[in-house]
Every structure is written in C-alpha cells, then in structure tokens.
Design a protein. Structure first.
Length: 204
C-alpha cells in the first residue's frame, strides 16, 4: 500500500479541501521495492500539496520495520527543518532537510497519515505514532564559558534541567535552584572547576 505519514505544523482550517499549513512526511514510494521511500517538506494550500525545494541533504530513506525512528519538524519564521533520527541515536540525524516558505506563519500542529495512490487518494492508510510532543521552541541547550563559569541557556519551555557526573551508568539529578529567566530563555551558571558534569533537558 502506498501511503504517507508524518508531522503537521501551522495547520489552519483543517478539513477536506480546506487544510492549509505544512507537513514533514515519509512517502513509502513503490510498495514492490524493498528500498523505496523518501522524506519531504510540503506546503498545503486548500489540501493541495506542494513539495518545497530541499535546500540541504538527501531525502531518500527506507524505514526498517525492525527499528525505531524519531521525526522532528521545526520552523523559525519562513525557515523549516525536518529531521529523522534512528533510535537510540538522538544526536546525529539520518535525514536532515531544510526548506523555505513564508505562506503560513501560525496554526496547529499534529500528525497525519493518508493514502497516496493515484488518482483518488482516498483509500485506507495505517501508521502508529508514540510520544508526540509539540513545543513553542526547540528544547536544545546552549553552552558558553566566561571567567571560569559555565553558562547554560535554553528556551522557556516546560523542560527540566538535569546533571550527571558521568555518562557511564549516569545518575541524573534535577536542578531546581539557581535558574533565572533572561528574556525568553532560562539560564543556569556553574563554576568550570566543579569537576566534569553532563547536562540534559527532560520532559516533563
């Protein structure tokens, strides 16, 4: 069965023939091929799809049903990034697409699965999603050093900062004091001579 599934962003007026916004989707491609498939960043105008030009990286991928993947779709202004991670590696994406379009600036996010067979596109489709999360900013730490101090910052979103002295059998401890808001970011500082520490953001 030929189908698409993926992540929606900036969706407005959802419904048959009216949906606008953007999608980051996987196209199964030729069902007879064991290697077919690709990712696309797509603009929807009244439910009519337009594949946006990929500005970086390859879009070809075939999902292995014995493996797990994470799809990440984000946008800042008219610049969009779509990434696929093969778990458990959440550091290096196997797909990294970028595209640019400024047609829609706001809307809802969600998930999509649809039949992609010509000419009617109205047959059955099936996909399973787990652990969907939508935030107003990317949960990524920024780290800098100044005058013997390590400074961390991240967007004001409902994530908790944790630290561990080791990544070998780590023991993560939530940091609940010493965090301040500066503009639209949370900040935390620690002395650089305090010994090795590893940091992460977790949800919730």
């Amino acid at each position: 069965m030929k189908q698409v599934f993926g992540v929606l962003a900036r969706i407005q007026t959802p419904g048959p023939g009216t949906t606008t916004g953007y999608m980051f989707t996987y196209d199964r491609g030729n069902p007879a091929s064991s290697t077919a498939g690709d990712m696309d960043i797509i603009r929807l105008d009244g439910e009519v799809p337009t594949v946006l030009s990929n500005l970086s990286g390859t879009d070809s991928i075939h999902f292995d049903p014995t493996k797990q993947y994470r799809l990440v779709f984000g946008g800042v202004g008219g610049n969009f990034t779509g990434q696929v991670y093969q778990l458990p590696d959440t550091t290096t994406p196997v797909i990294n697409l970028t595209a640019s379009d400024s047609s829609y600036v706001s809307g809802s996010s969600g998930l999509v699965v649809a039949n992609n067979n010509n000419p009617t596109y109205d047959g059955p489709a099936d996909a399973t999603f787990d652990n969907f999360l939508s935030t107003t900013a990317e949960p990524r730490l920024t780290v800098s050093s100044s005058g013997g101090t390590i400074n961390l910052s991240w967007p004001i979103i409902p994530f908790t900062l944790q630290s561990s002295p080791s990544l070998s059998s780590p023991v993560w401890t939530s940091i609940t004091t010493g965090i301040t808001e500066v503009g639209d970011r949370e900040t935390y500082s620690a002395p650089s001579n305090a010994g090795a520490l590893y940091y992460r953001l977790i949800y919730p």
